[in-house]
Design a protein around this ligand. Structure first.
Ligand SMILES: NC(=O)C1=CN([C@@H]2O[C@H](COP(=O)(O)OP(=O)(O)OC[C@H]3O[C@@H](n4cnc5c(N)ncnc54)[C@H](O)[C@@H]3O)[C@@H](O)[C@H]2O)C=CC1
Ligand SMILES: O=C(CO)COP(=O)(O)O
Length: 342
């Protein structure tokens, strides 16, 4: 199958490599001429995946029209902040086509201002020029390990199950196992919101808190993700799956996680305005924290970790006050569904 990947950062490059391993004709689009030339000629992407050798069959290009006109499936893997503009950039080429492609995305975030999920942004811009409802690929998957062909499991979500199954077939192989899911909302929210908790874990570890505190943050983090997601209409069980608990574990416990790294740097006193460029790659959790705190307020859902992190990052709340905010709140019951239906 002809598959085009739009976004040649770490995740787009690693996914292009999986698709090439599966024998697909892969075109990888990026905006940076140097990166694209390096992928095309040396089969390497040293800025984002240093040391990795990529499949030589990947065709890397900066020509967006060529990338869009040929593909039977298009995978969008740009940062959240660039998703709407990217859809607008590819739209004219999709309009020209008689046979429309399947659109998949693997981006984890919530759009600033609108609070829309990525599938909602894509469908708002492209609904009439795609072959099927948008498909989401999400789950515990650091690009560094995927490009090294280490065992990885993910979910593909689509409200049309047969399209999800087609995309499952596209990606599945001996090191990359994919499960289908029809809960697009839950899968997208799990992937986006775990970045908030990973940032908070990085801060906690950077400040020398112990393992008990990290376990508390992950568990209560999952509780508030589930509370918001259920309020929005997701299946609560989705958050115990790969794109919920699975992704929470991998980002809160791994030094590969850019969100975790950014949190660690914030704990060392790095400025929030420079922390993303210090990490050198996109840190989605910074803006998602703001968007999720606003969303929780709008929907009247309690998200104490998210709102405390928002105040820590954006309003200079001192760390001891942040910890007191969480620890000295009125006593609560742990039961999620019985006492707090959402
Ligand atoms: N790196 C990983 O292991 C994983 C990343 N993701 C998600 O994938 C998405 C992309 O992240 P990464 O590839 O890791 O980021 P990255 O920081 O490695 O690369 C970002 C890429 O986006 C490009 N880009 C930035 N602004 C752009 C714009 N306005 N238009 C077009 N391209 C633009 C950059 O040139 C670069 O190629 C994020 O939402 C991330 O959460 C999901 C799973 C795993
Ligand atoms: O989503 C990821 C792994 O599943 C990547 O997380 P980071 O963006 O924190 O590196």
């Amino acid at each position: 199958m002809k598959v085009s990947v739009i976004g040649s950062g770490s995740w787009g490059t690693a996914l292009a490599n999986v698709l090439a391993d599966n024998g697909h004709e892969v075109t990888l689009w990026g905006r940076n001429e140097e990166t694209i030339a390096e992928i095309q000629t040396r089969h390497e992407n040293n800025k984002y995946l240093p040391g990795a050798k990529l499949a030589s069959s990947i065709q890397a290009t900066t020509d967006l029209e060529h990338t869009v006109l040929e593909a039977e499936a298009i995978l969008l893997v740009v940062p959240t902040a660039a998703m709407r503009q990217t859809c607008q950039n590819i739209r004219p080429y999709l309009e020209k086509r008689v046979n429309k492609p399947i659109i998949i995305h693997a981006t984890k975030g919530i759009e600033q201002g609108t609070h829309l999920r990525m599938s909602e942004v894509i469908e708002a811009e492209l609904a009439d020029v795609m072959a099927a409802p948008v498909v989401v690929l999400s789950g515990p998957s650091h690009a560094e390990e995927v490009v090294d062909r280490q065992i990885t499991t993910l979910s593909v979500a689509c409200r049309d199950l047969s399209t999800a199954e087609d995309v499952q077939d596209l990606f599945m192989n001996a090191y990359f196992r994919v499960y289908t899911n029809e809960d697009v909302l839950g899968v997208e929210l799990g992937g986006a919101l775990k970045n908030i908790i990973a940032l908070a874990c990085g801060i906690l570890v950077g400040l020398d808190f112990g393992d008990n505190a990290r376990a508390a943050l992950m568990t209560r983090g999952l509780a508030e993700i589930t509370r918001l997601g259920t309020r929005m209409g997701a299946d609560p069980l989705t958050f115990s799956g790969l794109s919920g608990l699975g992704d929470l574990i991998v980002t809160c416990t791994s030094e590969h996680s850019r969100n975790y790294q950014a949190g660690y740097m914030l704990a060392q006193g790095k400025n929030r305005r420079t922390v993303s460029s210090d990490v050198g790659m996109v840190v989605e959790g910074m803006s998602t924290t703001q968007a999720a705190a606003e969303l929780a307020q709008e929907l009247n859902v309690e998200m104490p970790i998210t709102s405390t992190l928002q105040a820590f990052i954006y309003e200079d709340l001192p760390v001891d006050k942040a910890v007191d905010n969480l620890m000295l709140r009125e006593g609560k019951t742990e039961a999620l569904m019985k006492h707090h239906p959402f």
